[in-house]
Design a protein around this ligand. Sequence first.
Ligand SMILES: [Zn+2]
Length: 410
Amino acid sequence: MKNELIERFTSYVKVDTQSDESSETCPSTEGQWTLLRMLVEELETIGMEEVTIDENGYVMATLPSNTEKQVPTIGFLAHVDTATDFTGTNVNPQIVENYDGEEIVLNKALKVVMSPKDFPSLPEYKGHTLITTDGTTLLGADNKAGVTEIMTAMAYLIKHPEIKHGKVRVAFTPDEEIGRGPHKFDVAAFNANYAYTVDGGPLGELEYESFNAAGAKITIKGTNIHPGSAKDKMVNSMKIAMELHSKLPAGEAPEHTEGYEGFFHLLSFNGDVEQTKLNYIIRDHDRENFLARKTTIENIVNEIKGKYGSDSILLELNDQYYNMGEKIKPVMEIVDIAHEAMVSLDIKPIIKPIRGGTDGSQLSYMGLPTPNIFTGGENFHGKYEFISVDNMIKATNTVIEIIKLTEQKA
Ligand SMILES: [Zn+2]
């Protein structure tokens, strides 16, 4: 399985699939089409059935049931795009066999070194086969490792018909990194009872709670007058914006919070005397706290209106996604099965709330409860991204084990 994983993974990461927020198409970039079409061909080659690609690039395929038993249909998903934070052009993966736990020189000429001093988890990988970048790009383990592991698990099950399983659906999707992954996902066509994204980080990660998320765009209008004759006439919109921001609890910001603590995050502040725009994101795992945070913003905006006039400020408050935990807890057995699969493979499950969202956050509210499991990658979205092939084997086996347990429990 090791060589198969390396071969697949290195061929996928060489395709530049960086998504692009400014694009209106789906997928947002041509490179994603290239990889998605490659995957269609490969799904057919390994013997998957009902292989489809729709007009938005979503690839789906079926591993048919090989048992008489009534088993729920489960799905596995991974996204093909890579992050917008760092370049994904000309990815040149480096293989480190039998890693010694010391510094890894990613690029001698550019003096890019990955050291356990900066990345304390590195020594845990002593003895593993690692795949790294050459120090000039990201790797794209997020989420091509997930694609690789799902594909390899399917190939394995097709070669091992003695392993009994129900119907399994897989999907490879575009544009997760720009938040659009599930937007055009056809849940009805996928037709699974529940699914897993294979899009987590280090060994053992199992996630079923995410943030509730909203965005608040605030526009403040001022009045610009020549400063020499501005007395009692000038209204400086930047100062109102500062006044507004100062009313928010200072400690409830990303730089001061962790675990289940929510926040208000000021993403951008652009202004002059005449007009200032503030862009916030609001995050909280707890639904009631989330609603209270939105009310806090509304109340502050109303205070500003009371003081400066109702035309002085405009609030656009939009929900972005919700905590998938609310949709997954009623079917907690799907998390339990993933947990049991990991334990039976001697993997210690690490269950923690995501301080963000996944495709699963949206899919769970579209009727497809979708927790997230690990891929084995680390340091996503930058040049220090790497993955352990040993842990990719474990992720692949976790997918296979989840499929086995689902059949056994039916
Ligand atoms: Zn991802």
